[in-house]
Design a protein around this ligand. Structure first.
Ligand SMILES: [Zn+2]
Length: 440
């Protein structure tokens, strides 16, 4: 039986860049940051106007200290200046566009030059090598191909390494299973909710992934998820699961990735300048404090973004990593500042509840949080089929165990409803975990 691997031989895609000493790395950041600010000021009217209004000229700034004086860029800026307003190169030098749609209004368009595409593939190649993927592996990419970056950006990065890529896209689980058998897939790229869903399908079909498949590792992204979920997926599949972080506005996947030590995600700081801010005040927080991640691109040609507010909540993990990489790490994403909801005056992220659920024996893969009022929440939980054994005592015990453990974590006691496996709505893309029925 396979178990997650001990640390393999450490290898690098770009050893010099990945292990550069901090002084050299910070000096490179300053140079690239200055260059980015100058180009943005010269080429993008919005940035020029904002700098002028704030009385700032790129040439007069002390880098990086003065970066705090620059205004933030937000997703609203991308929407308002859709499609070409933030473009910093001639239109004919753009070779690809990706978009990201929100729940309302116009999409956000993100452009790539040829160099930008090559750079994004290189950063993915670093991530894959960092986690032990090599030429000879088969990577089944179950992210959506098309305007979403999760498909194509990962695809070209994996090809750069020399991996056999199966561009499966999401959904159609029986086809996914056939592909992973036929091509002896060793690496997955998918959302955590789909990994859990697929596990339930494998179980229904009588396939034991540890015995019947060739999987070694998975890259999970596009949705935040808890450490307990990672352990659960590792356990079910007998693989190593690595956290990855990216966003369309910054190339897509490959901004930050875990190494084999799985202790935070290395941010490629030669290409991204990171800050953590208080999401309410915009104040820059000290290293180690939890807040919203703000990114400035350092090498993107087509569409440099300065102090872009990601809305993702994390913190910087200080200290060196045993893998030898000098690029700082961020913790797993705790949630999106947008996803946070308030019940009884308490700030709650869905992942806090998920973390509790995934650690309770008898809880199956799917759950949903329903908000009907401002002082009450309901957690719908699918539980193992074996628990429907006619003994109501068992169900009541589990129900109160869940309620107590959730309360211990979030300080609010939820109403808990238990459901049979497969009875809650599932999605093969991003899961919708929170149903907010409240009106102001
Ligand atoms: Zn490391």
């Amino acid at each position: 039986m396979k178990t997650p691997n001990p640390i393999e031989h450490i290898d690098y895609w770009q050893k010099n860049e990945e292990t550069m000493n901090r002084i050299a790395l910070e000096s490179l950041q300053r140079e690239r940051l200055m260059n980015t600010l100058r180009r943005a000021y010269e080429q993008v009217p919005l940035y020029r106007m904002r700098c002028d209004n704030a009385g700032l000229k790129p040439g007069n700034l002390t880098i990086p200290d003065d970066i705090k004086r620059l205004p933030f860029t937000t997703s609203d800026d991308l929407r308002q200046h859709y499609p070409y307003g933030l473009l910093a190169i001639p239109r004919e030098d753009v070779v690809r566009v990706h978009t990201s749609s929100g729940t309302t209004g116009k999409p956000k368009a993100v452009f790539f030059s040829k160099n930008d595409l090559d750079q994004s593939a290189t950063l993915i190649a670093r991530c894959l090598i960092m986690t032990g993927t090599r030429k000879g592996d088969t990577l089944q990419n179950m992210m959506t191909y098309g305007l979403f970056t999760g498909g194509l950006v990962m695809h070209y990065g994996a090809e750069k390494v020399g991996v056999l890529v199966v561009p499966a896209g999401p959904g159609n689980s029986d086809r996914q299973i056939a592909l992973m058998r036929d091509f002896e897939t060793t690496v997955f790229h998918m959302t955590p909710s789909y990994a859990l869903y697929l596990a339930s399908i494998l179980q229904e079909r009588g396939i034991d992934p540890r015995r019947d498949l060739h999987l070694k590792r998975a890259y999970l992204g596009a949705e935040p998820y808890s450490e307990e979920t990672r352990k659960k997926i590792e356990q079910i599949y007998g693989i190593d699961v690595y956290n990855s972080y990216g966003l369309t506005e910054m190339n897509g996947p490959g901004v930050a990735f875990e190494c084999q030590y799985k202790n935070g995600m290395h941010v490629w700081e030669d290409h991204f300048f990171i800050e953590i801010i208080n999401p309410d005040t915009g104040e820059v927080l000290d290293e180690g404090q939890e807040g919203e991640l703000v990114l400035t691109s350092l090498s993107r040609e087509a569409m440099p973004l300065i102090r872009y507010r990601t809305r993702d909540i994390t913190k910087i993990i200080s200290g060196t990593c045993d893998c030898g990489r000098t690029h700082r790490r961020i913790s797993r994403i705790l949630g999106r500042s947008d996803d946070m909801f308030v019940v009884k005056g308490v700030n709650i992220f869905p992942q806090q509840i998920e973390q509790v659920l995934m650690g309770i024996k008898g809880v199956a893969q799917n759950y949903q949080i329903v908000l009907d009022s401002y002082d009450h929440l309901t957690v719908n939980v699918e539980i193992s089929i074996g628990l429907f054994d006619g003994n109501i005592e068992h169900l009541l015990q589990l129900q109160s165990e869940i309620a107590d453990k959730v309360r211990a974590s979030i300080l609010v006691k939820p109403k808990v409803e238990l459901h049979e496996p497969g009875s809650l709505p599932v999605s093969e893309g991003k899961a919708k975990r929170v149903i907010d029925n409240r009106t102001l």
